[in-house]
Design a protein around this ligand. Structure first.
Ligand SMILES: C[S@@+](CC[C@H](N)C(=O)[O-])C[C@H]1O[C@@H](n2cnc3c(N)ncnc32)[C@H](O)[C@@H]1O
Length: 221
């Protein structure tokens, strides 16, 4: 992405760029997971984690009446390890496995390719827009997804609320900058009083959007 270096970027846009810029984004060029990467997540430490999620999935599927068809939709699947083990575990429970439509929502094309290598079965499909999921009941899974979504930061000072920006006018010396904002306008838009009893707020607009979409989908079913 080409930046206008005179601009201040709100923190969430800066994080989005750092993670998903086509050329330099953290998740766009190399595998970040495991010993050769930068961090590790539960599914990549032990398959027990994903097996437990699989057992929970079966129990939940039963609790909603064992529908003949349901979607198991994972948000942000990393290298696909969790879905791989869930599929293997569900194979021991054919009734549930046959009913299950495995779907992945993943932002990084690099990781989609890694997932496709790890999940060779035709059972899996990828969905860019989760609103387009079919009308069957959907079980949503997300491990370390919501904490990977960019945030905004707001600080309360004597003269009001300020938002944190990243000033990139000197790319070798990026600096935080703060600008006054109207918190009530944001709260009105959200219909949620995020500043109540707070001095510092971390707020993720994209998380709110995801939660709204997911709850609308659940309510529709
Ligand atoms: C911290 S990793 C966790 C990966 C995996 N769930 C695990 O536990 O190993 C976050 C994952 O969410 C994906 N992700 C983050 N924001 C996303 C978004 N808005 N839409 C889809 N995927 C996203 C990342 O590309 C990555 O695959």
């Amino acid at each position: 992405m080409k930046l206008d270096m005179t601009n201040n970027l709100p923190l969430d846009q800066f994080i989005n760029l750092a993670l998903y810029d086509k050329d330099k984004g953290f998740y766009m060029k190399k595998n970040p997971f495991g010993e050769d990467g930068d961090f590790i997540t539960a599914p990549n430490i032990t398959r027990l984690f994903s097996e437990i999620i699989a057992i929970w999935t079966i129990t939940f599927w039963k609790s909603i009446g064992s529908p003949k068809k349901f979607n198991l939709l994972e948000l942000g699947a990393g290298n696909g390890e969790m879905m791989k083990v869930i599929d293997e575990t569900l194979n021991n429970f054919p009734e549930c496995s046959d009913a299950c439509n495995f779907v992945i929502h993943e932002k990084s094309d690099f990781l989609v390719n890694a997932q496709k290598k790890n999940l060779s079965s035709k059972k899996f499909s990828w969905l860019k827009n989760i609103e387009k999921i079919n009308s069957n009941p959907t079980i949503f899974l997300a491990n370390e997804f919501f904490d990977a979504i960019p945030i905004k930061q707001f600080f309360k000072k004597k003269d009001g609320w300020f938002e944190r920006f990243v000033n990139l006018s000197d790319p070798k010396k990026a600096e935080f900058k703060e600008e006054k904002i109207d918190i009530e306008k944001i709260e009105k838009h959200l219909n949620f009083e995020i500043s109540k009893d707070q001095n510092v707020i971390e707020y993720s607009p994209d998380t709110f959007k995801y939660l709204k979409t997911i709850s609308d989908l659940i309510q529709k079913k």
